[in-house]
Design a protein around this ligand. Sequence first.
Ligand code: FES
Length: 84
Amino acid sequence: MRHCAPVWILPFACKGGMCSTCRAKLVEGAAQMEVNYSLEPWELEKGFILTCQARPTTDRVVVDYDHGLAVAASFDTLGASSQD
Ligand code: FES
């Protein structure tokens, strides 16, 4: 029997920082966005990020896509990632 890893289908549309479809709240860790054309200052203050533009700056990040769907990802020093 072949085992398959779970596949996460995460929300996105433009992949360019403009639409906010990928908006999530960063609940653990840190990330730096390349660009942000859509999040308002109050959203940034509340910890929201555009996941299409976010690059993790910590070994582990956890984001919440507004509806209780929390996704955790761990990154090793070579840049490979895994999802919990
Ligand atoms: S997919 Fe549009 S801002 Fe991220």
